[in-house]
Design a protein around this ligand. Structure first.
Ligand code: NAD
Length: 360
């Protein structure tokens, strides 16, 4: 066996349908009693379902801040921080996807308050010590063990309302974390176990969810898969796929999960010549792959009925060159050297919505 290093991220997970009822106990475990609830405006009504559960256990929320938004803009964080102080909260409970969890992380790192997460998408921020923030249109990312939320409640019941299209793209976003962990520089056999199991669970569950969004077993399996994939994201460094999505999302204001979904087969196709073992492992997990991981991903995306071209989200053809410039100007580790010509063609294919091919 190859030598390796493995650091486990600390964190407590409570998993299962109805596990939200354990929220009061989790808050008491932390010796806290005045949680600030966080959500997006779209999920304000849903997060209010927590209030009676807390009140039954004699916990009165200090307040509700429902202005979380994509990319954690610092002016929203500042407003939330002022409210946190004003309402006297002694912990934060973020309820939602990566946007709300990002706000919870930003408050927690600035105030030292404990952070309990209730994820309702498959994006995986709850398992990472990473925080991306936007100020004056520029997104910066930092990593600090103190950013990692201490408690995560995965209650499938709150994912039942996630629209089919977002379920599909959010699930592929999770698969992307696992795939890049398989060939990460800091990969280790433990992460490989998580990555393979997480990808398998999502590849099986997502096509069912798209056709039967109320299938609790499929939703539960997807959430389990998303958790495992999120641990990969939180533990080992990511490469071309995540860097490309970061560049594209940040520079051209493209939606997060949808961009990950479009880019994934193309990023894997770019790296394919340098990761033959990973391609075999992946092919074995993807139904309909016939031994070819790229075909397996293309088949999965067709089943999920997702949009395949960045142009469908407003990216212009002339932005392809700009994106390639940015992607090569910012050096990072990747199993295959970043070569401008093939990378530009990779981005062009993502823009056009073509099927991925490992011919570059
Ligand atoms: P999101 O949190 O932006 O949610 C998208 C929309 O779906 C929102 O309107 C939200 O209210 C709604 N929604 C979420 N769950 C729902 C549900 N169950 N039912 C109905 N509506 C629901 O989307 P996301 O993809 O989870 O997160 C994207 C953001 O998270 C990006 O800013 C990204 O950079 C960040 N992110 C960070 C990390 C990290 O490790 N720091 C990891 C993944 C994502």
């Amino acid at each position: 066996m190859q030598p390796f290093e493995y650091t486990a991220n600390p964190g407590r997970v409570v998993f299962g349908s109805g596990s939200i009822k354990k929220l009061p106990d989790e808050i008491k475990r932390l010796n806290k009693s005045k949680p600030l609830l966080l959500s997006t405006p779209q999920q304000e009504e849903q997060v209010r379902a927590l209030e009676p559960i807390l009140k039954d256990a004699s916990i009165t929320p200090a307040g509700l801040f429902s202005e979380a938004t994509m990319h954690t803009p610092t002016h929203i964080t500042d407003k939330a921080l002022a409210y946190t102080k004003e309402c006297g909260a002694d912990c934060v409970v973020s309820f939602g996807g990566g946007s709300t969890i990002g706000l919870g992380k930003a408050i927690s790192i600035q105030t030292g308050l404990e952070h309990v997460c209730i994820p309702t998408t498959y994006a995986g921020s709850e398992m990472t010590p990473i925080l991306g923030e936007t100020a004056e249109g520029k997104k910066t990312t930092r990593s600090d063990p103190k950013i990692l939320p201490g408690t995560v409640i995965y209650d499938v019941d709150f994912t039942m309302t996630l629209p089919e299209a977002l379920s599909a793209t959010s699930g592929v976003n999770a698969i992307a974390h696992a795939v890049e962990a398989l060939y990460a520089r800091a990969n280790n056999p433990i992460m490989t176990l998580f990555a393979l199991e997480g990808t398998k669970a999502l590849a099986e569950a997502l096509p069912i969810i798209v056709n039967h969004p109320h299938d609790t077993d499929a939703r539960s399996k997807a959430q389990y898969g998303a958790w495992l994939c999120a641990m990969c994201l939180g533990s080992v460094g990511m490469a071309l796929h995540h860097k490309l999505c970061h560049t594209l999302g940040g520079s051209f204001n493209l939606p997060h999960a949808e961009t990950h979904t479009i880019v994934l087969p193309h990023a894997i196709a770019y790296n394919a010549p340098k990761i033959p073992e990973v391609m075999k492992q992946l092919a074995g997990l993807l139904p309909g792959s016939d031994g070819d991981a790229i075909k397996g991903l293309n088949v999965l995306l067709a089943k999920l009925k997702v949009k395949r071209g960045l142009q469908e989200f407003g990216m212009k053809e002339e932005d392809v060159d700009k994106a390639a410039e940015i992607a090569v100007s910012n050096p990072y580790w990747n199993p295959r050297e970043i070569e401008k010509g093939p990378l530009r063609e990779t981005i062009r294919r993502c823009w056009a919505g073509e099927d991925a091919k490992a011919d570059l």
